[in-house]
Design a protein around this ligand. Structure first.
Ligand code: F6P
Length: 362
């Protein structure tokens, strides 16, 4: 049966998005003979149906190694709380009916939504209103439940680990404390795993509020053992015991949640007061979201794309593709988005890090 499916990418961009798009387009066309429509800039694209473009084998040629998304994306634009100006004030308005009506105008039989927790929650709400939706889990933060890993995470880890390798040389040569601030608003996966891989001495994550006095003591003790430099990795969402996350920009009409940033400088200032060592801070920022996806992310993204099309063919809507072990499975989007997958402070990986002599701020 001939079908027309739409695909959109929502939330922050992430290496491997193009691999998913290519996987969807290739399998939909080559295996099923379906048409694919590209929806631009996340769910916003469904507000301007005239901007949607057909995706062909030609449109996806050569995109596999490219970072970003050929469809564009946004981490704003929730159709259930869309900012619309009314009499000079911005009112969050539910325009989801219009979004669903536009999918009918476009003749879509199904929608594949590629996104993180925020975008998948929107996809779920649309599915609950009757839109046939299949989800694909994306985020460098790796904070989605029900999947062992999200695509993009592996590439971000490579970038962060590479940065740590490079910071080691200056740390060692100048006998300094080097702090690397990485992404991770609520989940410290990037900090934790890159810190282990990059030989960090201290790792600060949102799941374990840190004690600055203990961080200073750990660095002092390392110095006494002959380690005259130290490397700290801090997730942007890490915060001290009894303190708060460091906010770079508060919520506004443009951004509904605050933008984090500055934990590196915060920690640097405090430890400069208790240690007689030079401290420098590097903020890795969006370098973690950029660049060519790793082999792992290309393969995972491609497999996710193919399997999302299979779920559409099987009529399994409201489901999300997920990696469990070495298998791609389908899980309800509702379960994957119920709560964020955070690092367990008493879990295996934290214990292993501590056995390596890494200080986790406690
Ligand atoms: O993709 C999620 C994330 O990486 C978070 O860790 C971070 O807080 C956020 O993106 C930053 O997004 P942006 O600066 O693009 O709004």
């Amino acid at each position: 049966m001939s079908r027309k499916i739409g695909i959109l990418t929502g939330g922050g961009d992430c290496p491997g998005l193009n691999a998913v798009i290519r996987g969807v387009v290739k399998s939909a066309i080559l295996r099923h003979g379906w048409q694919v429509l590209g929806i631009h800039d996340g769910f916003d694209g469904l507000l301007s149906p005239e901007r949607c473009t057909p995706l062909t084998l030609e449109s996806v040629r050569g995109i596999l190694p490219r970072g970003g998304t050929i469809l564009g994306t946004t981490n704003r634009g929730n159709p259930f709380a869309y900012p619309i100006e009314q009499h000079g004030t911005i009112v969050q308005t539910d325009i989801s009916d219009q979004v669903i009506a536009n999918t009918r105008t476009l003749g879509l039989d199904a929608l594949i939504a590629v996104g993180g927790e925020g975008s998948l929650k929107i996809a779920l709400q649309l599915a609950e209103k009757g839109l046939p939706v299949v989800g694909v889990p994306k985020t460098i933060d790796n904070d989605l439940e029900e999947t062992d890993v999200t695509f993009g995470y592996n590439t971000a880890l490579e970038t962060a680990t590479d940065a740590l390798d490079k910071l080691h040389t200056t740390a060692e040569s100048h006998h300094r404390v080097m702090i690397l601030e990485v992404m991770g608003r609520y989940a410290g996966w990037i900090a934790l795993e890159s810190g282990i891989a990059g030989g960090a001495d201290v790792i600060l994550i949102p799941e374990i509020p840190f004690d600055l006095a203990k961080v200073c003591t750990a660095i002092q003790e390392r110095k006494q053992r002959g380690g005259n430099f130290s490397i700290i990795v801090a997730a942007e969402g890490a915060f001290p015991v009894g303190g708060d996350r460091v906010v770079a920009e508060g919520p506004s009409s443009r951004y509904t949640i605050e933008r984090l940033g500055g934990i590196g400088q915060f920690v640097a200032k405090q430890i400069e007061q208790c240690l007689d060592m030079d401290v420098r801070v590097t903020v890795l920022g969006h370098l973690q979201r950029g660049g060519s996806p790793t082999t792992f992310d290309r393969a995972l993204g491609s497999r996710f794309g193919v399997r999302a099309v299979e779920l559409v063919a099987e009529g399994r809507f409201g489901q999300m593709v997920a990696l469990q072990g070495r298998k791609i499975v389908a899980v309800p989007i509702s379960e994957a988005t119920r709560e964020l997958k955070q690092v367990d402070p008493d879990g295996e990986i934290v214990r292993e890090a501590e056995s390596l002599g890494i200080m986790l701020g406690r």
